[in-house]
Design a protein around this ligand. Sequence first.
Ligand code: RB5
Length: 171
Amino acid sequence: MKIAIGCDHIVTDTKMAVSDFLKSKGYEVLDCGTYDFTRTHYPIYGKKVGEAVASGKADLGVVMCGTGVGISNAVNKVPGIRAALVRDMTTAVYSKEQLNANVVAFGGRITGQFLIQDIAEAFIKAEYKPTDANKKLIEKLDSIEHASPDQADPHFFDEFLEKWKQGAYHD
Ligand code: RB5
């Protein structure tokens, strides 16, 4: 099984540790970045992970930023993605079993590395339980998403990247 993984610069070390953990458990990992601690922004990596999962390049996704809020929102905007921002095992397993979530998101500055690892593994192993009610609910969710043709443009984030380069943003 292939897992796409992505993060922003705040939690790259945690992402690498989780990636190594998943590899040690026998999963193939597609690391969508970011790869270092240079300031960047989570929408880029949420989008990359979402597209990898939605296109079938990866089976599931794991994303993280500082709080998990930013990147979970970003990945959820990719059509076909159902991402769950979680802090606990119960929510993660529920999201897969009942809502067929295909991405799990974490706040790497909120939840500890070992807990993230265990929850990510539990999410991956949990199995969707299709019921008529769940299927209807997921169909409804899927019906309210709309793709923007703009997001296929490889220069989609250029405006932001240019501003960061110019030092317009400060942590
Ligand atoms: C840093 O950009 C920080 O805002 C981000 O990692 C995250 O916490 C947002 O939800």
